[in-house]
Design a protein around this ligand. Structure first.
Ligand code: GDP
Ligand code: MG
Length: 434
């Protein structure tokens, strides 16, 4: 199927111009792919109408061929439904998990606890599932393995009372995650229980957990939960399987929320921040739409080092990491530096900048994993309290974090120093046979 879509798009390229028949062919293939991914029929129809209209009506942007034009429109239409994703901030808060039995609430609860723990916040988990036998033990075991605080009362059926006491016990913790019970189907008593728990804990986030294999029932579930307590974000689990999670889109549009995370396995580490590009590629059965889009936008590959921006002084921690990675791959740094037309700059770069070892890379990556996007883009934000949080989250000492920040500053200054010299990194790498 994916290949038939690619064939259709290829047809569009070779035809070299936009006509109704080719657009219809591509749209038909896109429809088929989306329906097979469980996307709601009505949604698919509305979207294809927009795509057709826009593809034929809108002027092909300068520098773009017809094929790139249509791909861009498909992508934009899907993005407008899916959204950019919910970003759950790193701050003290309460999170309530909601969903039917078997959707993955309990597993995801432990994944979220692990996620916040890695970011240096203190999570605590409350088991409010008094319905399913073994629920208490399942969550307790998961938490013990992660060294995460756990509260539950085995044998007690009063979920609301448990939440109340758990919250009291966990006053000092940053993140309180409340795992709730599900049923096999939406039943009145389940909704009532969610409302009661909601009233007592007043959560900052109410996350609806959906199995990727859920089809059109997603929208009914989402509506019912949304009408009773409101849904602030969706987590799609089991995306490591064959299901593509298209049903979850109905839940997203039904609740006006967006996807926060995806689950990609059974271990606590298998939680990923939602990335619309990857999700869309999957839905369409296309290899990698991001690569296509980047070509379409004729932009530089954003993963490459942007030497020009770096020399202007915009040198983030992410840039630094990419640079270290590249240097590590290239081998002897000194040799490379000598090939750069930098004049006498070589002398200004401290000796340890040349030593990019695998160990250092790994340590820096782990530390950076505990930072927020904002911190990586603007390391100046990182003061002593953030250093503490990051070191706790990454399991490194505050000195290690400071070392990384110092290294960054050093490299930043070195980059600024290169400003005058114009050179092309790609050319240099080619010259070296890479
Ligand atoms: P709950 O009833 O909603 O609490 O669901 P559980 O958390 O107990 O999960 C039900 C089953 O799904 C368990 O066997 C989990 O291991 C499995 N599961 C949950 N999330 C994922 C995931 O992202 N990938 C895979 N492969 N399995 C998952
Ligand atoms: Mg459970």
């Amino acid at each position: 199927l994916g290949s038939s879509l690619q064939d259709a798009i290829k047809k569009l390229v070779s035809s070299g111009r936009i006509d109704e028949k080719t657009v219809n062919d591509v749209v038909k293939d896109i429809q088929r792919a989306l329906l097979q991914s469980d996307v709601n029929v009505k949604m698919v129809m509305t979207m294809s109408k927009h795509i057709k209209e826009r593809a034929l009506k809108e002027e092909v942007p300068k520098g773009m061929n017809p094929r790139e034009h249509v791909i861009r429109i498909v992508y934009q239409e899907l993005t407008s439904i899916i959204g950019k994703g919910t970003d759950i901030p790193l701050k003290p808060q309460k999170i309530m998990m909601i969903g039917l039995q078997g959707s993955g609430k309990t597993t995801t609860t432990s994944k979220l606890a692990r996620y916040f723990q890695k970011k240096g916040l203190r999570p605590a988990v409350i088991c409010a599932d008094t319905f399913r036998p073994g629920a208490y033990q399942q969550l307790k075991t998961l938490c013990e393995r992660l060294n995460v605080a756990f509260y539950g009362e085995e044998g007690n059926e009063d979920a609301v009372g448990i939440v109340k006491r758990g919250l009291k016990e966990f006053e000092k913790y940053d993140i309180k995650i409340i795992d709730t019970a599900g049923r096999h189907a939406l039943e009145k008593d389940l909704i009532k229980e969610m409302e009661d728990i909601h009233a007592i804990c007043d959560p900052d986030y109410k996350l609806l957990v959906l199995d990727a294999a859920i089809g059109q029932q997603a929208s009914e579930q989402a509506r019912a939960f949304n009408e009773s307590i409101g849904i602030s974000g969706v987590i799609i689990t089991k995306l490591d399987g064959t299901a593509k999670g298209g049903g979850a889109l109905s839940a997203v549009s039904e609740t006006n929320s967006s996807i926060a995370f995806i689950g990609t396995g059974e271990t606590p580490e298998d939680l990923e921040k939602f990335e619309p590009d990857r999700f869309i590629s999957r839905l369409l059965g296309m290899g990698d739409i991001k690569t296509l889009l980047e070509k379409a936008e004729e932009s530089l590959d954003k993963d490459e080092l942007d030497m020009e921006a770096m020399m202007k002084g915009r040198f983030t921690l992410k840039d630094m990491y990419k640079q270290m990675e590249a240097l590590n791959k290239m081998g002897p740094m000194k040799q490379i530096m000598q090939m750069l037309p930098l004049g006498g700059l070589g002398a200004k770069i401290p000796e340890d900048a040349y030593q990019v070892t695998g160990d250092k890379l790994t340590r820096y990556r782990i530390i950076m994993d505990s930072m927020t996007e904002e911190e990586m883009l603007n390391p100046r934000l990182i003061g002593s309290s953030r250093i503490k949080r990051i070191s706790r989250g990454s399991g490194n000492s505050p000195e290690d974090v400071r070392e990384l920040l110092k290294y960054h500053k050093m490299m930043q200054n070195a980059m600024k120093g290169m400003r005058g010299g114009k050179f092309n990194m790609q050319k240099i790498m080619k010259k070296m046979g890479m």
